[in-house]
Design a protein around this ligand. Sequence first.
Ligand SMILES: *Cc1c(COP(=O)(O)O)cnc(C)c1O
Length: 380
Amino acid sequence: MRFSTRAIHAGQDPDPVTGSVTVPVYLTSTYQQPGPGKEGKYVYSRTANPTRTALEECLASLEAGRHGLAFSSGMAATTTILLSLKQGDHVIAGDDIYGGTYRLFEQVLRNYGLQFTYVNPENPDNVEKAIRKNTQLVWIETPTNPLMRIVDIRQISKISKKAHALLVVDNTFMSPYLQNPLEHGADIVVHSTTKYLGGHSDLIGGATITKDVDVQSRLKYLQNAVGAVPGPLDCYLVLRGIKTLAVRMDRHNENTRTVSEFLAKQPKVEKVNYPGLPDHPQRSIIKRQMKGNGGMLSFQLRGGFNQCKKLLERLSVFTVAESLGGVESLIEHPASMTHASVPRDRRLKLGISDNLIRVSVGIEDVEDLVQDLNRGFKAL
Ligand SMILES: *Cc1c(COP(=O)(O)O)cnc(C)c1O
């Protein structure tokens, strides 16, 4: 079956007892057992819950994997993956990964004896050079946040395999509709389902997907041991969001292209970061691993922070807010918002300048989005 059909049906057969077409929300913590020493299919909802199972099967199908796990947040999924390592193990991560992931690695997990090296994975040689005997995990995002740099999943996977390290790809920015890292050699895909999968900015959730049964058993064991599981209502909401993922992403793709073209024409815009730019230097990688350019872009505005502030304060359709991937358009200033906790030196070194603006283009009528931006730019 094709993508949209799987999004609507995978793991979601009508309920055998009632015929309910929609997956029921199983609000139960525990399940009746056949007898002492005999286990039913479900025992306790930290371990498994039927609404969650439906979501996990659907996610596995959409990512071209075999096994999915749903978590209470993207960070809970990430934490659980990292807990499969032990003291002294080494991780190589992209140098502009999601700020919360960087904070978890540096401020929390380093205290437990894990080692982290950050490199720019746009050049795979940097990853190869950072490999050590104890490297167990390579962690990348593509496109990166907020500069929309593209990382070649296939190249990084070759390097990871040679080093017997697992490659994890955080696929939140693309969603499974636009990119399936497992098909390009990744071992684990991680998602913040808070973003495109949920799609309506009304929940927090996370997921892992893999093809490897051993990786899955380890993560499943840890998920139950650690306990960062989502409730059945949140699972239901993600499933409901997923049903429209394909149509939403098509519209995100279209709207973002139009917005990028508008921005590229503005004399006050210094540079647009968007995978769909016609002269993008990484065109061949984009073509191989992405089925669309997605709903995210960033741009540099001439004039620094004050100009950014002026623009953002003039907009009325775009909401000034962190997060991304919902139906509504959001705009933010990374240096003072999403990336404010990154020390200024490190931030500037990464290219996250004070005049950078990040946009999550929603699925409103694009004419209204362009009109709103046009009004904002006129005020500069
Ligand atoms: C939001 C986000 C996360 C964290 O997910 P939460 O659901 O907020 O815990 C991880 N990675 C990326 C790329 C994100 O955008």
